[in-house]
Write a protein that binds this ligand. Structure first.
Ligand code: SAH
Length: 371
């Protein structure tokens, strides 16, 4: 469908996503409690299910269908899905219902689904299936899902805006790999791409969810429009990654043109922008919109970000997520040097990290499908 696809590093080796996704896990663990409350307060599973006591409506089902969009290879997706199921189950028991569960794991076709399915928890009490493809297109039949979850995936644009590589455009982004520190034209091009993509995402999901179905989205964000992306942790990482690449231009390992023509297809949304998009779509009500601070959870799991071990851990996490897209453009041969250089910038990272905005850099959004 013309979408670019750069899945996380598959397998279970040193640089795999499986072994290097604890930051995402810590960040989304903040969200697990919020998901429980959202389901408990606003998800009416009993409305969808066949009743054991009264005559069932014709549309009733015995199965709750759940999808995780941008699931990657695990283990975070398993924890999230189990949490959703446990909470729905507990709520259903009160109504003497015991639904079956079907979980659809979605990611790009290039995702390492083999690793995902070979590591499925053996004690799971749900049916599982893969749904490959971009979530910026249709993935499921109309009104076939009851619950949609997506964590740390929607910051990925379908592609980097094309204007960024046009030297005659206001959005020309030479010498940078992202929009941190870039002219307004570049920021605007990124923003336009995000809006285009998110409109497609919301349109698709509005068709696929049943009325009353719930969608929970967890994504990195900037707390408001006045905070630039270079003032949040992810933006700092991308800045230093860009600086590492430019160091390698200086030593002649890669060319300036290679950096000029590369742009990360990633956007950090502001809550107001999401609100505007949901309102424009018009098919969902916003049940909850909350900003949390994932950095505190990450910090407590990783001892301290000031140690060199953590510097390496940051480099490995970034590598697990970014090696696909970077090696596709710059070649696999430079990856070791690139991430070595990146981890040598740990001191700078720590200083900027300590001074940056950490409050409200994770957006938690609960939407319910309207009639
Ligand atoms: N949800 C997991 C994985 C996050 S990594 C967790 O919280 O740990 C982001 C994932 O989103 C990657 O696996 C990437 O391939 C996927 N992704 C990005 N854009 C996508 C798209 N358009 N369609 C489907 N998956 C996408």
């Amino acid at each position: 469908m013309g979408n670019e696809s750069y899945p996380m590093k598959g397998g279970d080796g040193t640089f795999s996503y499986t072994k290097n996704s604890s930051f995402q896990k810590a960040a989304s663990s903040v969200a697990q409690g919020l998901i429980c409350s959202a389901i408990t307060d606003k998800f009416d599973a009993q409305k969808f299910l066949m009743s054991t006591t009264s005559t069932a409506p014709a549309s009733a089902t015995s199965t709750i269908c759940i999808a995780d969009l941008g699931c990657s290879v695990g283990p975070n997706t398993f924890t999230a899905m189990q949490n959703v199921i446990d909470t729905i189950e507990a709520k259903s028991k009160i109504h003497s219902q015991s639904p079956q569960f079907q979980v659809f794991f979605n990611d790009h076709t290039g995702n390492d689904f083999n690793t995902l399915f070979t590591s499925l928890p053996s004690n799971r009490a749900y049916f599982s299936a893969a749904v490959p493809g971009s979530f910026y297109g249709r993935l499921f039949p109309d009104a076939s899902l009851h619950f949609i979850h997506s964590s740390y995936a929607l910051q990925w644009l379908s592609k980097a805006p094309e204007e960024l590589v046009n030297m005659d455009s206001e959005a020309w982004n030479g010498g940078r790999i992202h929009y941190t520190g870039a002219p307004q034209g570049v920021v605007d091009a990124y923003c336009r791409q995000f809006f285009k993509d998110m409109e497609l995402f919301l349109d698709g999901r509005a068709r696929e969810l049943v009325v009353g179905g719930m969608m929970v989205l967890i994504m990195p964000c900037v707390p408001d429009e006045t905070v630039t992306h270079s003032q949040v942790p992810a933006g700092i990482m991308f800045d230093l990654l860009g600086a590492s690449l430019l160091d390698m231009v200086k030593t002649g390992v890669i060319s300036q043109g290679q950096v000029d023509s590369f742009n990360l297809p990633i956007y950090g949304v502001a809550p107001k922008e999401m609100e505007a998009l949901v309102e424009k779509n018009g098919r969902f009500s916003i049940e909850k919109m909350e900003l949390t601070n994932p950095a505190s959870a990450v910090k407590s799991t990783e001892d301290s970000l000031n140690t060199s071990v953590s510097g390496n851990a940051i480099a490995r996490h970034l590598r697990a997520g970014m090696e696909g897209i970077l090696s596709n453009h710059f070649g696999v041969d430079i990856m070791d040097e690139l991430f070595d250089r990146f981890s040598q910038k740990t001191m700078e990272f720590s200083e900027r990290f300590n001074a940056c905005h950490k409050q409200g850099t994770q957006l938690f959004l609960t939407l319910v499908k309207r009639k």
